[in-house]
Write a protein that binds this ligand. Structure first.
Ligand code: ARG
Length: 462
């Protein structure tokens, strides 16, 4: 049964029946793409100014369009704008409302433009704004890590491999390791911005337009580094969104690993750090519980961010050139990704300065597990023993210390000398935790002096 034609659709001319109600709902994006209204209005104003500059609009027409769009902007911001699902997306809602307000002049705005280059512009502007906010938040986390590392440059903890005590490290060094990863993430974020910052406006539907447009002008108006070079590519690829998701996925992988450590460290068994109560929740049944929900959730939310990366990659992978409606599916993953990244970065920027380090607990833990065994081996090597033989001697010393439930430093000189005649009284200098960390005094090593140097270098790079 054919329904009567709906004349409200901007593309309704060639249609003889109204859109099926399901199809209208299924194809609409306005429920979520209205989030880009600022970018849509900014893009339209830049386009209108260009049309006036090249003589397609008069000065008065431009003036009406700009003031109409500004009124719409204020209405949307105030929550007074009525969005219509029948008008499909943010672009057609705003354009229809403009024409309803200023009459036929509003219909001239879409000259030399298509929703395809319009949405490609909006989404780039949107991602660019969000990249800048993400960079600020990530910058705060990087700073908080520096402050924490500085505070804990001398603090000694056990360093782990295979989650087994390996060698003593400084907590500041450990924190700076996370900071290295996040600084590389910031570099990836900045790279993503560089590549996305080109203006697709003027690509029109796919092939460009017959009007004498000035693409350099619209690009400059919108703060782009220039126009994109190929119209087909401009309207079709969403690689910049994928790059953001790839950045986000790595960032979340790093934050997730860090969160895993916070969860371990706040446990009674480790007890290395304490999170302030305001970052934790309790249990409704077990009165003693204080759960590290925030790091746990960050670890958990990593899954959805990785999922969005896969969603965006899969969305793109089979699309022929140029624009396809598939691309409308880029927005929800992208928006959720951005929300999640912002929340997780904010959480870290607040949590890190409030982290309470239990220095004595870390120190005591480092004393267990024979963390200085390698130092004893190195000591023997310096006295002339080949490393493999030294390894053997120390292995035997550790086995005997385990049997007598003592740390290596608690064995007497005579006991140690039973394993090698090369051992002398100065051995106790290297068996201490301080001696062990101070001895690793080279670029990238764990000595407090090197941690301070790394912090100073990082401050210089900011
Ligand atoms: N809502 C669409 C999107 O998000 C806008 C572009 C639609 N273009 C078209 N020719 N149907 O991609």
């Amino acid at each position: 049964m054919s329904k009567t034609k709906d004349s409200s659709k901007p593309w309704g001319g060639r249609f003889s029946e109204a859109t099926d109600a399901f199809v209208e709902r299924f194809t609409a994006s306005v429920a979520f793409d209205q989030r880009m209204y600022q970018q849509d209005i900014n893009g339209s104003i830049a386009h209108a100014r260009m049309l006036e500059k090249v003589g397609i609009l008069t000065a008065s027409e431009l003036e009406q369009i700009v003031s109409g769009l500004e009124t719409i902007r204020m209405e949307i911001a105030a929550g007074e704008f009525t969005w219509s699902v029948g008008l499909e997306d943010v672009h057609m809602n705003i354009e229809s409302s403009l024409t309803a307000r200023i009459g036929d002049v509003g219909k001239k705005l879409h000259t030399g433009r298509s929703r395809n280059d319009q949405v490609a512009t909006d989404i780039r502007l949107f991602v660019r704004d969000e990249v800048d906010q993400l960079a600020l938040l990530l910058g705060k986390v990087l700073n908080a890590l520096l402050d924490l590392a500085e505070r804990e440059a001398e603090t000694i903890m056990p360093g782990f491999t295979h989650l087994q005590t390996a060698q003593p490290v400084t907590f500041g060094h450990h924190i700076m390791a996370w900071r290295e990863m996040l600084e590389r993430d910031l570099g990836r974020l900045q790279d993503c911005r560089k590549r996305l910052n080109f203006s697709p406006l003027g690509a029109a539907a796919l092939a460009g337009t017959t009007y004498p447009i000035d693409r350099e002008y619209t690009a400059a108006q919108l703060g782009f580094d220039g126009p994109t070079r190929n119209s087909l590519d401009s309207v079709s690829d969403r690689d910049f969104a994928i790059e953001l998701a790839a950045f986000g996925s790595l960032l979340m992988t790093h934050l997730s690993r860090f969160s895993e450590e916070l969860v371990l460290w706040t446990s009674t068994q480790f007890g290395f750090v304490d999170l302030p109560d305001r970052f934790c929740t309790g249990s409704s049944i077990m009165p003693q519980k204080k759960n590290p929900d925030v790091p746990e959730l960050i670890r958990g939310k990593t899954g959805r961010v990785h999922g969005h990366l896969i969603a965006l990659l899969t969305l793109m992978k089979s699309q022929p050139l140029a624009y396809n409606k598939d691309n409308q599916e880029d927005k929800e993953p992208l928006f959720d990704l951005i929300n999640t990244l912002k929340d997780c970065l904010f959480a870290y920027s607040e949590m890190l300065p409030a982290l309470e380090c239990k220095r004595e607990v870390m120190y005591a833990a480092a004393k267990q597990g024979y963390a200085t065994a390698t130092d004893l081996a190195d000591y023997l090597v310096k006295k002339g023993l080949p490393f493999r033989d030294a390894h053997e001697v120390v292995g035997k010393s550790v086995a005997s210390a385990i049997a007598s439930k003592k740390d290596l430093s608690e064995l007497s000189l005579a006991e140690l000398q039973a394993f090698s005649a090369l051992i002398e009284a100065d051995v106790f200098d290297v068996l201490t935790l301080e001696g062990s960390v101070n001895a690793r005094d080279h670029i990238g090593g764990t000595a407090p002096a090197q941690v301070r140097a790394a912090i100073a270098a990082a401050r210089d790079r900011q």
